[in-house]
Design a binder for this molecule. Structure first.
Ligand code: FE2
Length: 435
């Protein structure tokens, strides 16, 4: 059973005690000589000690054993995670992947992660990776922790039961989870499952500023949920902790479950969010707003207003613009646009883009509505109408140029060589010069 509470602010202090151990949080200090219940105090730092107060992130964990009690790390071979962006030659084409498969052999969440594209270097704390996970079995006596950055997990098929050091979260399609750098978690499945992961190496995700929108709107802070402490006191021979470190996967073994945190307090926590709670803002006069109006979370670069990665959704909404071509406009962008489809039909490419698939429109690569979409939207009567009902498409948008991995280009065998054809039927409608 999950037990969650509202996060209510991205830099607020939270505290949580497992109800079985009341008064387990030390009072008045972080690290007393002896902690209540004989627990160990351990700090998890998510920012430099000296980061500005508004960005400073850390949590104190009170646990049965400190994390350091483990045997040495060794290479973990069952992994498709890479951070070598030179496996394939650059490809500026519009790319589309057909829906990714559930594996035929027994594969857990961490074994089922394959990197599809990315840029940057986790050693330099700059960049991102986009992964696809596809799995069919629980992570039995195995946890995962990412030393390189944060995971934003977007389930497409199957509900994930995520146990973290902070407590449990159940995350289903049309919800997302963010598990930040260094937080250990394990994933159990209700059914064979698949989804997308956006990993950022440098900064943490934040809510976008709202500017003239005002104090409310888009993803509201009160709708983010964080787990309640829930420990297990479990001696397990050879419990595995898999760690992503400098782009490679390692594993160490320990003699107990790492999910032994009885109480915690701090502002560095995992969280989940229901995309159905997004307050959509859109044009009510004319023209198509830039998709940034649908930003759920952003990870900013050091360049003002420019994201290492934005997480953007295209939720169900009303479309009411007058004398306007309402679908997305034709576009060339100085940013990279990776899109996925959680459910339904994406408005600009009905039928050509399937749930569980993906597209990548790279820097300055043209993209936009296909032939059918253009012809239909140019002629339709512009009454108020619903858009994207029972649909959720999303975009990971980045200022970095994304390189496709060997898995993305070849091994997954899902690239659709005919994707370019969706635009080939576009006709010339030019009426000629006025004589
Ligand atoms: Fe675009």
């Amino acid at each position: 059973m999950e037990n969650l509470k509202y996060l209510s602010g991205f830099n607020s202090e939270f505290s949580s005690e497992d109800p079985r151990c009341p008064e387990s949080l030390p009072k008045g200090q972080n690290s007393p000589q002896v902690c209540p219940y004989g627990l160990y105090a351990e700090q998890l730092s998510g920012s430099a000690f000296t980061a500005p107060r508004s960005e400073n992130k850390r949590t104190w964990l009170y646990r049965i054993r400190p994390s350091v009690k483990h045997r040495p790390f060794e290479k973990f071979f069952n992994s498709g995670v890479v951070s070598n962006w030179d496996e394939e030659d650059p490809d500026p084409n519009q790319l589309k992947w057909k829906p990714f498969d559930i594996p035929k052999v027994k594969t857990d969440f961490v074994e089922g992660i394959n990197t599809i594209c990315g840029a940057g270097d986790p050693k330099l704390k700059h960049g991102l990776a986009i992964h696809v996970y596809s799995c069919n079995t629980d992570m039995l006596n195995r946890a995962f922790s990412n030393s390189d950055g944060d995971f934003l997990i977007v389930p497409q098929k199957g509900t994930l039961s995520i146990k973290t050091e902070f407590g449990k979260m159940t995350v289903k399609p049309n919800e997302i989870a963010v598990i930040q750098q260094g937080m250990r978690f394990t994933v159990d499945l209700a059914e064979p499952s698949m989804g997308y992961i956006l990993e950022v190496f440098g900064q943490h995700f934040t809510l976008p500023d709202l500017g003239p929108i005002g104090a409310n709107g888009l993803a509201n802070p009160r709708d983010f949920l964080t787990p309640v402490a829930c420990y297990e006191d479990s001696d397990v021979k050879n419990y595995e902790v898999v760690v992503k470190y400098q782009g490679r996967m390692f594993v160490c073994r320990m003699d107990h479950s790492p999910f032994d945190v009885v109480a915690w307090h701090g502002n560095y926590v995992p969280y989940k969010y229901d995309l159905g709670k997004f307050m959509v803002i859109n044009s009510v006069s004319f023209d198509h707003c830039d998709p940034s109006i649908f930003t759920v979370l952003t990870c900013q670069s050091e360049k003002k207003g420019t994201a290492i990665a934005d997480f953007v959704i295209f939720p169900p909404r009303w479309s009411v613009q007058e004398h306007t071509f309402r679908p997305p406009y034709y576009h060339r962008n100085c940013m990279s646009e990776f899109m996925g489809l959680i459910l339904g039909e994406y408005e600009a490419k009905k039928g050509a883009f399937q749930p569980g698939g993906a597209t990548l429109h790279s820097i300055m690569t043209p993209h936009g509505p296909d032939f059918n979409c253009f012809e239909g939207a140019s002629k339709e009567a512009l009454k108020p109408c619903r858009v994207a009902d029972n649909t959720q498409a999303f975009m990971f948008e980045s200022c970095l140029g994304l390189a496709v991995t060997k898995w993305g280009a070849k091994t997954c065998e899902k690239l659709d060589a005919d994707y370019f054809k969706v635009w080939q039927g576009l006709q010339k409608h030019f009426t000629g010069p006025k004589m």
